[in-house]
Structure formats: C-alpha cells, structure tokens
Write a protein that binds this ligand. Structure first.
Ligand SMILES: [Zn+2]
Length: 251
C-alpha cells in the first residue's frame, strides 16, 4: 500500500494488521553533469515502490525528498535543510505516523549526507522517552538502500572501478532503469572524478568542479540499474519483515 494513493479508511484497516511502514528518504541535490537532482530520493522510492508492487502488504509513506545537502549548495537546483530543520521535520513525521498506530518506522535512505542527522534525530526522539522512564510506542530503523544485504557487493561487482562516493554509476543506473527517457550524457573529464573531504559548499565546488566524487557514472545503464533493483527488492522485503517481527524485550 502506498499511503499517498490510499484512503484513510484503508490505512486505518491496514494498521490493525500491519504496524510497519517504510519511509523512503533522500535529498534533492546535484549529481554531476548527467545525474538527476532527485537521484537520492528516487533510488529509495524506486526500490520501495517496486517492493510494494511485489508484495502489497508493504506499507510505504510519501517520500521525504529533501535532506541535508549543504555541501551541494554551490550547484544550481540543490535544496537543503540545515540539520536542525531536518531533525525537526523527521520528528514530526515520526510523531504523525506513531499517532495513528504505526509502531515500526523504517527509513530507507538514499543520501549518505543524511545519515548523521537521521541518527541524531533518533537519539533525540528516544531521549524524550528515556528521561521520563517510559518506552516509546514505536521503534525506528535506518537503512541505506545500498546496505541492503547483497546490494553493495553486487554494485562493486558490476562497477569494480570508478564507483566512487557521489554520482555513483549504481545510483545513476537505478534512476536510468526507472526513467529511461530521462537519461543524459556528457563527456566526463576526467573520466573518474577526484576524491577528497566534504566540507562547505564553496570548498566542495572547488574540489569537485563537475559535482562528482571519485565516480565514473558513464558506466551506468538501465540494464545494470534493473539488476540492482532486482537484488534490492527482495532484500528490502525481508529486512522490513524481520524488523516488523522483532520481539521487543520488556514490552
Ligand atoms: Zn546520491
């Protein structure tokens, strides 16, 4: 069930039998000269929606499509939340979902730059309950889509060189598989982009002039993207099922 395409009575009924929900979460940020700005929210959305088509008992929230991307702000089209805004927004999403009875909230993330802030948000949320010596009525989980079992190994096997850290051929390929009519091409110079630390937006633009880090997205193809999606979908279904079935001690 996709929440945006459901009615409230359907969601009401769903919560009675299945209290787990997947929230695709990412970022709208530059992805090199050919990558779509939506890449980091499109990838988890593509995988979660494909999983829902495979198994309708999976409940998927609207995609949280703006994240923490301050370092990409020197490139046009990037939209970023500062960490504090991002934390406030995630907290309100969790409170909204929890209010209606979702008890297992699984964030499927597509942007490495979100990880620290999402983890800090989980700690803030849990702290509210820990201070009053009560158990929260929900548990939270963060999983990057590339960390789903088997996916990273497959990406490394498909792209043994030039995978890199940003605008990777894996993520570009996943978007190409889902949106083949949006594929863009460019002459990459150098073929494999430079690597280095991530700091502020001007430093980033100076180090990584076309936006890529360590990657050669020219290796991406829709076929390779479909291979990655086909590996990620069953891995996601299994991971969410395990999370939903996890026994919580003391409750
Ligand atoms: Zn990305």
């Amino acid at each position: 069930m996709l929440i945006p395409f459901a009615s409230w009575p359907e969601i009401d009924a769903r919560i009675k039998t299945n209290k787990a929900i997947v929230v695709p979460i990412g970022s709208n940020e530059q992805h090199g000269p050919t990558g779509l700005l939506g890449t980091d929210w499109l990838c988890p959305e593509i995988i979660a929606h494909a999983a829902e088509r495979r198994d309708e008992s999976l409940t998927v929230a609207p995609t949280f499509n703006i994240g923490m991307a301050q370092h990409h702000l020197a490139f046009a089209g990037t939209i970023s939340l500062r960490p504090s805004t991002f934390m406030a927004a995630i907290t309100d999403w969790v409170s909204s979902l929890s209010r209606h009875g979702f008890e297992r909230i699984y964030f499927l993330n597509g942007h490495g730059g979100n990880v620290a802030t999402i983890e800090a948000t989980f700690a803030e949320i849990y702290a509210e309950w820990s201070f009053v010596e009560e158990a929260p009525p929900f548990v939270l989980k963060l999983k990057n889509w590339w960390d789903l079992p088997g996916v990273n190994a497959l990406c490394n096997a498909i792209f043994p060189t030039g995978h890199g850290m940003h605008a990777t051929p894996s993520e570009i390929a996943v978007t190409q598989a889902a949106y083949p009519d949006r594929i863009k091409t460019a002459d990459y110079a150098p073929k494999i982009a430079p690597s280095g630390p991530i700091r502020d937006a001007l430093d980033y633009r100076a180090r990584f002039p076309d936006g890529r880090i360590g990657s050669d997205p020219g290796q991406a193809s829709p076929e390779k993207g479909q291979q990655i999606i086909d590996a990620a979908v069953p891995a996601l279904l299994k991971d969410v099922a395990a999370f939903a079935a996890e026994v919580l001690p003391g409750r």
